[in-house]
Design a protein. Sequence first.
Length: 146
Amino acid sequence: MATVISDETFRGDAHEFDDESGAPNHPLLGNEVARELVQFFKLLADETRLRILLYLKERGETNVQTLCGLLEQSQPSVSHHLALLRVAGLIEMRREGKHNFYRTMPRKFEQLMTMMFSALPGNSSRIRFEDFVLSYAQANPEADDS
């Protein structure tokens, strides 16, 4: 159940708060969407996972041993990070003999960005942070997925 609170912090508007977390509910961003986006950004907040995603995006499908060399980390450590990314649906694995190969899942990134930007007023495709602008445009459907 949500509690309604009016607070000057939120420019005097009445906002609902999620009783579980105490966080304000965004009128256009449902709780499930917010939780999924939080998990996504938590995954990206780790340097190793961010570097894995960048290497996979840059190089395409890559095996674990190659990633270990690029990251200068042990196989168990890299495999742990890969498992977290795979469970989140950001990457997928293909096994060939004794080797596991990983690649990014572009559709999942597109889905997450669409969720985030669709929550903006007027379905804006830009977020401004002072002098920095983050913009989003859906790619051509015929474009390459990599």
